[in-house]
Write a protein that binds this ligand. Structure first.
Ligand code: FE
Ligand code: FE
Length: 295
């Protein structure tokens, strides 16, 4: 239970809810196009109606608090990266101390999810940087271990400082967001220019943006897009916010979409054999990262 006496959501519950909303991988074969907009809105309403109370409460808090000002504060608080110096393995082990009491259904740890994601990418013959992205993509969830509330770590991400897409799930909860009263932030483009490029756009705060900043000097751009935007479901699954993107973002989003099925659909109860896999991943990490990095 959280302060308000409401049920706390398990970290995996958000991902279960994503899978209910997106039961199938997007077709990689077809060029990207958003699905029928009206149908989608209708479906979202059903997911909202059927969501567990804990998931609903999670989105209520997220949409209430993730304002432009809140994001600026969190960026200042965390992006100086002066909390820890750790290797990637130390970070993986640290993240793995995060236990999800509230979700008795899953016996998989955070490390299991990362290894399963990376292993599936590897089995499909993708480049090594793609596997590396899979291995680390959720390391930003160590924000939870710094004491950050779940609604400021996970959840679908969206741009702040401009109008919220009406395809963002639980849109009605933006009613209580302080940006509701800033007319500039309610305009379609808000503080941004048309097709200014996503790098200039401030996203709601969470594990994607934090980890991107930790690893941005070490991985190829395609991998960095995967890490930075993997929770940006309104764009990579619903085709929203195209007016903030440059052609280069659109090009790179092919990789974000290529990554999504590995994140969302590779959970299995078969626990990866860490001992057997360790040498491969030690090499892989050594290829991209120095012995310690700043978190
Ligand atoms: Fe994630
Ligand atoms: Fe993930």
């Amino acid at each position: 239970m959280n302060d308000a006496g409401k049920p706390a959501m398990g970290l995996d519950e958000w991902e279960d809810f994503l899978k209910e909303r997106y039961p199938e991988p997007a077709s990689a074969a077809e060029p990207f196009r958003a699905t029928n907009p009206d149908k989608k809105k209708e479906e979202f309403r059903n997911y909202e109606a059927n969501a567990r109370p804990s998931v609903r409460e999670f989105y209520r808090l997220n949409h209430h608090h993730q304002s432009y000002g809140f994001v600026q504060e969190k960026r200042k608080e965390f992006l100086s990266l002066n909390r820890r110096q750790m290797s990637i393995w130390e970070a993986l082990e640290y993240l793995n101390t995060l236990v999800d009491d509230s979700d008795p259904d899953t016996d998989l740890s955070q490390l299991d999810h990362l290894l399963q994601t990376a292993e599936q990418i590897r089995n499909d013959g993708h480049p090594r940087w793609f596997i590396a992205a899979g291995l680390i993509h959720d390391l930003g969830k160590i924000l939870c271990l710094y004491g950050e509330p779940q609604w400021a770590v996970v959840g679908d991400t969206f741009p702040v400082g401009c109008a919220w897409s009406d395809k963002i799930v639980f849109h009605e909860f933006f009613q209580d967001n302080p940006d509701r009263n800033e007319s500039k932030y309610q305009e379609k483009l808000g503080v941004y220019g048309q097709n200014c490029g996503l790098d200039a756009v401030c996203m709601s705060w969470g594990h994607d943006e934090y980890l991107y900043n930790v690893v941005k000097d070490y991985l190829p751009e395609e991998a960095l897009y995967m890490i930075r935007y993997h929770s940006f479901y309104p764009a990579h699954r619903d085709g929203e916010y195209d007016y903030l993107m440059k052609d280069h973002d659109r090009e790179m989003f092919k990789w974000v979409r290529a990554f999504n099925p590995y994140d969302l659909y590779t959970k299995s109860h078969q626990r990866p054999d860490l001992k057997k896999l360790r040498p491969f991943y030690d090499d892989l990490i050594g290829e991209y990262f120095p012995p310690t990095i700043r978190w």
